[in-house]
Design a protein around this ligand. Structure first.
Ligand code: ATR
Length: 281
């Protein structure tokens, strides 16, 4: 039996860990999946996707900088992709292209399952109001936190996100608020998620130190061989810190589920990736 073809498309793409992650999922589940890298030119995303589809491809993961174009290309969107305004998973169905976004689900699953911290009843601080932040709000709300505070350097963007999700927050019985950095409460949160692009250039988003306590999980969506600046900062304030490697694995597991209807176990793949990263230090 020949394998069904999938790939991750982006630019750049050479360092993507997705092919290795999906190869491990395929081996673990016995699903006949082949998964490659696809480099699309910056002005050639749609053509590359259509060519892959025409050649029999079954689905794609989409990464930087094409998640908005993928959102526009999809004929149907999952509610979480519509809320995120971005698509990281395309599935080619007989009746068209289905667009989904598994990033936020991956974050929530990593925090709840791999790190053992529940969102239910939690006070959550979300730092950042760009694409990454927008993608995680609905999956967080679905877990019934007590309160989500969205804080951004540019307050106006935080207000826009709050307005977008006010209705959903009411539905899930969650308070939603925030604004500029002064909107951070001067007492510890249960979960703080850094969704700013800050860690890439090692900048810390402004945040009251009293937001971090011994019972706080401080989660950085970035990851690297070494703890990020945000993680070191959180630990210096007594909080527990985690990076976004588990989110990477869990969003992949959820994409695999969207394509195959089978959910692979993320934990062993995460452990293997962690060991590989540690060996690079
Ligand atoms: P992404 O898709 O990664 O979220 P983005 O949409 O460009 O990228 O959003 C970047 C986010 O990181 C924004 O919330 C941005 O804050 P502004 O809206 O004020 O620009 C935030 N960010 C980037 N650099 C930052 C820094 N040095 N300190 C604080 N926030 C920063």
């Amino acid at each position: 039996m020949s394998a069904d073809r999938y790939a991750v498309v982006g630019n750049p793409i050479a360092h993507s860990k997705s092919p290795s992650i999906h190869a491990q999922f395929a081996a673990a589940t016995g699903e006949p999946v082949e998964y490659d890298r696809l480099l699309a030119p910056l002005d050639g995303f749609v053509e590359h996707v259509q060519a892959f589809r025409a050649a029999g491809g079954r689905g794609l993961n989409v990464t930087v900088p094409f998640k908005l174009e993928a959102h526009a290309l999809a004929h149907r969107l999952s509610p979480r992709a519509a809320a995120a305004g971005a698509v990281n998973t395309l599935r080619f169905d007989e009746d068209g292209i289905f667009g989904d976004n598994t990033d936020g689900f991956g974050l929530v699953r990593d925090i709840e399952v791999n790190l053992g911290v529940a969102f239910k009843g939690a006070r959550v601080l979300l730092l950042g109001a760009g694409g990454a932040a927008r993608g995680v709000v609905l999956p967080m709300l679905e877990r019934h936190p007590l309160e989500i505070t969205i804080v951004n350097r540019t307050a106006q963007k935080a207000h826009a996100l709050i307005e977008q999700f006010e209705g959903a927050a009411r539905e899930f019985g969650c308070l939603i608020n925030g604004g500029g950095p002064q909107a951070v409460d001067a007492k510890p949160y249960d979960i703080i998620v850094n969704a700013t692009a800050g860690s890439l250039d090692a900048a810390l988003p402004e945040c009251d130190a009293r937001a971090f306590g011994a019972g706080t999980l401080a989660y950085d969506m970035m990851y690297g061989a070494e703890p990020t600046v945000f993680m070191r900062h959180a630990e210096s304030l007594g909080a527990r810190a985690a990076d976004g490697l588990g989110m990477l694995v869990e969003q992949a597991a959820e994409s695999f589920f969207v394509w195959r209807g089978v959910r692979p176990d993320g934990a062993p793949v995460l452990a293997a990736l962690r060991a590989q990263l540690a060996a690079q230090v």
